[in-house]
Design a protein around this ligand. Structure first.
Ligand SMILES: O=C(O)CCC(=O)C(=O)O
Length: 310
């Protein structure tokens, strides 16, 4: 007889439970086109070849695209889920620098390009808005998916964020919306296009504009002034495509959305250590709000501060 778990008003079978986010289960079947992208076959030569190809593309272009990564039915469910949730998402008009770290900018010279404030016009479906049965949550916690990301970025393991808002978000760009030039706080980010704009809404980047130990302020100034040495690279992914991108060193943006349809992109971020919670100033600036976890993490960081800038 099938094992059952009784809840008020419902009887959940193991099959029902398997449709909830769970890092001990997390089957990829029905989420990812595993026939084309065999990330559910650890140790197989087909997965080894896929990892090798993706790593090479990331190394050559600073960005790798896996076309048609999501299973078509999962993509339809994800689009429908986001369509409902985005009705509750505040669309913010803000100004922030490429770091969105107001607290660190006040000590910089007035003409420092790191102080230049750019216009953001976007909303975010944050992780706390996504139910555990959503395709987004199930994919984010899946061990097979995390192992694949770790293998591609050359890390032994990657961890989910502990941040209640960031880590798993969907960017929502309404008609006229845009995401200006910025750097990410984490080394790499995984995105999945869910709904394209009618036109515009194109992802652009300047590969490795900064490097460890070199902020390249002249290069940043040139991009912000519209006189970059080389044109930005562009990626205009189709719904269901997965993109891996090195956003800590490559300055990037999304161009203004034209037409009547909003652009929705799922953004999955992983960290190299467990327990990562974003800083209060950046979280407030990007998402328009914070949580108690952000305040507690900030207090812990301050208590642990040795007086040096980090
Ligand atoms: O919406 C996108 O395509 C990318 C969003 C982005 O730039 C980011 O999350 O850092």
């Amino acid at each position: 007889m099938a094992e059952t778990v009784t809840t008020p008003g419902a009887t959940a079978t193991p099959a029902t439970l398997a449709t909830l986010a769970d890092p001990e289960a997390g089957s990829l079947d029905g989420l990812v086109d595993v026939a084309r992208y065999p990330i559910d076959r650890p140790g197989s030569s087909s997965l080894g070849r896929l990892v090798g190809r993706t790593r090479a593309e990331l190394a050559n272009r600073g960005c790798a695209t896996l076309a048609g990564f999501l299973d078509p039915a999962a993509l339809r469910s994800l689009a429908a889920e986001l369509e409902v949730i985005t009705r509750h998402v505040p669309i913010l008009h803000q100004e922030a620098s490429v770091y969105a770290r107001g607290a660190l900018e006040t000590d910089l010279e007035a003409d420092d390009p790191r102080r230049v404030r750019l216009r953001w016009h976007a909303g975010h479906v944050t992780r706390d808005m996504l139910p555990p049965y959503s395709i987004a949550q199930r994919l984010y916690v899946s061990p097979g998916f995390k192992s694949f990301v770790a293998a591609v970025v050359g890390r032994p393991r990657v961890f989910e964020y502990a941040d209640p808002l960031a880590g798993l978000v969907a960017t929502v760009l309404p008609p006229g919306g845009c995401y200006p030039w910025h750097y990410d706080t984490n080394d790499y980010v995984v995105t999945i296009v869910v709904q394209r704009a009618e036109s515009g809404g194109v992802f652009e980047y300047h590969r490795d504009l900064r490097r460890p130990g070199d902020e390249n302020l002249a290069g940043l100034r040139a991009v912000l002034d519209g006189r970059a040495e080389r044109p930005a690279e562009q990626v205009d992914g189709a719904p269901g495509d997965l993109q891996l991108f090195l956003g800590r060193y490559s300055l990037h943006r999304v161009t203004a959305v034209a037409g009547n349809r909003s652009r929705h992109v799922l953004v999955l971020s992983y960290a190299e250590q467990p327990g990562v919670i974003g800083p209060v100033d950046r979280t407030r600036s990007v998402y328009g709000r914070i949580t108690e976890a952000h305040l507690l993490a900030e207090q812990a960081r301050l208590a642990d501060h040795d007086g040096l800038i980090r």
